[in-house]
Design a protein around this ligand. Structure first.
Ligand SMILES: [Zn+2]
Length: 257
């Protein structure tokens, strides 16, 4: 009964379409993830093997499938294809499927959900791999949140503006207090800006819950790594941005579904 009422045929078709689009977008995001932190041009030049630089043929550009068929290895040099490519394709496909399937009757909401999810996915991946939350992503993301609010797709514009301000001030304050108490940087400079952008998308009332969710994810990740026998130096780098991004998207969905 439950599935009959929620998983309708149009929703299933929309989710499949969203997954396909997401996989293609994720393929691009994977390239951005690997090239941008190295200062390489993101859009210039054909897609190539990260190791031998051989250009990829059309068959090797098919997301997910090509990785599985080639078992994660380059056809020419046999070098391992960074699993980050597959992770980004699968993550972006899931985001596309959920966004389109959940908001099948509201295309603008579906588009907002997907754009927010894909941007947060890239930010989380950049924070995890390069410890970097570029302003060129967080600032447009914040403006996008305010724009969505102005279009009536989010919280009211005042709530969104208050969210952006509260998010920035909260983490900038924490960073300041940490520096004063411990005499060194504890938060990355991008964290307050990301939290501000999240505040613009969700509204200020959601920010405590986002922070709580991020902490829960962080503790869970630490527990899993400990169980796997990996030592982690949390003081060295705390990927707070990645955890904030991972907590914010499901909460945004919960607020709109
Ligand atoms: Zn190669």
């Amino acid at each position: 009964m439950y599935f009959e009422s929620t998983l309708t045929l149009p929703a299933a078709v929309a989710a499949s379409g969203g997954a396909l689009l997401g996989a293609v977008i994720g393929s691009f995001l994977g390239v951005v993830l690997l090239r941008w932190p190295r200062g390489e041009a993101v859009a210039a030049g054909r897609s190539h093997c990260d190791r031998c630089a051989a250009p990829l043929g059309p068959g090797e550009l098919v997301p997910v499938l090509s990785y599985c068929i080639q078992r994660g290895r380059c056809r020419r040099c046999g070098g391992r294809i960074t699993p980050a490519h597959l992770a980004m394709e699968l993550g972006a496909a899931a985001i596309g499927a959920i966004s389109c399937g959940l908001f099948v009757d509201a295309p603008l909401l579906a588009a907002s959900a997907a754009l927010l999810g894909w941007t947060l996915l890239l930010l989380a991946a950049l924070d995890l791999t390069a410890f970097w939350l570029p302003d060129r992503l967080t600032l447009p993301l914040g403006l996008g949140g305010l724009g969505a609010a102005a279009l009536g797709l989010g919280p009211g514009l005042v709530t969104a503006l208050a969210g952006a301000a509260a998010g920035y001030l909260a983490l900038a304050g924490v960073a300041l207090a940490y520096r004063w108490l411990r005499g060194r940087e504890g938060l990355g400079g991008g964290d307050p800006k990301l939290f501000a952008a999240i505040g613009a998308w969700l509204g200020w009332e959601w920010l405590p819950l986002v922070l709580l969710g991020a902490c829960a994810l962080g503790l869970g990740a630490v527990a899993v790594l400990r169980l796997a026998g990996r030592r982690i130096d949390v003081a060295k780098h705390l990927p707070l941005g990645a955890m904030l991004a991972a907590a914010a998207w499901p909460l945004w969905l919960a607020g709109h579904a």
